[in-house]
Ligand binder design. Structure first.
Ligand code: ARG
Length: 467
């Protein structure tokens, strides 16, 4: 029995090659529509650009191109208004849209796929999608940086203990501590922008793997879609997901940074620190213990980091050992990629809202900054300015600290005479060195915690604008 050459609704575009219909289990197993439908706008934008090029190059008639483009616009509206109806036989967003196109305008809709394969089409859609994601994430990162700056400004002059090994080390400004995260985020932004340069290369025209026989104009399509360049090797083009991996790698580092900030919020909110109070709207209670106010938001941001790392590992593993060129394995790129996008977007959003609302307990921070002999370095530095070699000064102050601990006294309670018993280099002016304020102020070399540095940074254009 001769088979119809036309594609009917519910029939696969490639049904001509097959003797029997696809098994329903296979349909369900192979479809990516539920996941890749979120790229419908990119798919349609890419198809419109491709179609304009086909018309311009006289590969299809102008009138045909116009009809196709008009129908694609209508399909886009079906998606955006939630009216698009998918079929179980829709293999992916690309086939769903083509199926609908042919339903709407008949056989001429089948001309859209001239000189194109889903292999270069999906690469295009993903690059368009990731380009938007990166741009939005860069904005989100900037907003979080500004939220941290807002918190820093509201608590200008607040001194806290800086830590190494989570042991009190030296006093620092709370603002300086927050600006450390701004610097981490600045690098995250840089990594995303860098990754964007490799996202923004136009893949369409690679065909299934070998290129196309049609007289296409790839540069024109690149121009229409705002790409900086076109890819140069068709095999690489359809099998390259480096740009997705780069995003996931940059995203993993970003998630790691967020987890560190989140962890500090958890620590600071603990009654043992009591450096901050969480806003009620960003805390949760316990179903059993009435006294609890828990930092679940920060804990979840910390915990979700594992998902983002997992997404990176999933795609690295999917890509490992794949022979050239396209392999269906690669359809598995989208679930982890979109999961990472959603996770990072949500984490950035919630941290941006929560951080400026933290109520800072300046008294608690200050108390902790004074405890733990955090001014010991000041004494050693003082001796070093009095011509005592630093290594020797370190030893002298070590002995002073040991004695003070034994006598349960703070360093600032020591008299000049007591200090002079350890070194004749101590003079009356040493007492001016023994406050947390002085210790902070003296660290004015570039990058140090002095208020001058912190204020200068907070005044930078990047951090100034409010969200
Ligand atoms: N849904 C597929 C993907 O995401 C599109 C490309 C399919 N190509 C193919 N020849 N089966 O990778």
């Amino acid at each position: 029995m001769a088979k119809s050459r036309k594609t009917k609704a519910g029939q696969k575009a490639w049904a001509g090659r097959m003797e029997e219909a696809t098994h329903p289990l296979v349909e369900a197993f192979t479809t990516s529509f539920p996941i890749d439908r979120r790229m419908y706008a990119q798919d349609i934008a890419g198809s419109i650009a491709h179609c304009r090029m086909l018309g311009r190059q006289k590969i299809i008639r102008d009138t045909e191109a116009k009809r196709i483009i008009r129908a694609l616009g209508a399909i886009e509206k079906e998606f955006s208004s939630g009216r698009f109806e998918s079929l179980p036989s829709d293999e992916d967003v690309h086939m769903a849209i083509e199926r609908r196109l042919i339903e709407k305008i008949g056989a001429v809709g089948g001309k859209l796929h001239t000189a194109r394969s889903r292999n270069d089409q999906v690469a295009l859609d993903l690059r368009l999608y990731m380009r938007d994601v990166v741009d939005q994430m860069v904005d989100q990162i900037t907003n979080l940086q500004r939220a941290l700056a807002t918190l820093a400004r509201a608590n200008a002059g607040v001194i806290m203990p800086g830590y190494t090994h989570l042991q009190p080390a030296q006093p620092v400004l709370f603002g300086h501590h927050l600006l450390a995260y701004c610097d981490m985020l600045e690098r995250d932004e840089g990594r995303l922008r860098d990754c964007r340069t490799r996202i923004n290369v136009m893949p369409l025209g690679a065909g299934a793997l070998a290129g196309t026989t049609f007289p296409i104009d790839r540069e024109y399509v690149a121009d229409l879609l705002d790409f900086d360049a076109v890819t140069q090797n068709s095999l690489d083009t359809v099998s390259d997901r480096d740009f997705a991996l780069e995003f996931l790698a940059a995203g993993s580092i970003l998630a790691m940074h967020l987890s560190r900030l989140a962890d500090e919020v958890v620590l600071w909110a603990s009654p043992h620190f009591a450096f901050i109070e969480l806003p009620d709207a960003f805390a949760t209670g316990s179903s059993m213990m009435p006294q609890k106010k828990n930092p679940d938001v920060a804990e979840l941001v910390r915990g979700k980091t594992g998902r983002v790392y997992g997404d990176l590992m999933a795609l690295l593993t999917t890509m490992k050992g794949l022979p050239l060129a396209y392999n269906r394995d690669m359809q598995e790129d989208k679930a982890p990629l979109f999961d990472a996008v959603d996770t990072l977007t949500a984490s950035l959003a919630v941290m941006t809202e929560m951080m400026p609302r933290l109520r800072v307990r300046a008294d608690r921070m200050r108390e902790a900054a004074d405890a733990g002999y955090t001014l010991a370095t000041e004494l050693a530095d003082y001796l070093a300015t009095r011509d005592v070699p630093f290594r020797e000064a370190h030893g002298i102050v070590g002995a002073i600290v040991r004695k003070a601990i034994a006598e349960k006294r703070s360093l600032s309670s020591l008299t000049v005479d007591e200090l002079r018993q350890h070194s004749k280099a101590f003079r009356a002016d040493v007492l001016e060195w023994l406050t947390a304020e002085a210790a902070v102020k003296r660290r004015s070399a570039t990058g140090g915690t002095a208020a001058r540095n912190v204020q200068r940074r907070l005044r930078s254009k990047k951090l100034r604008e409010t969200q």
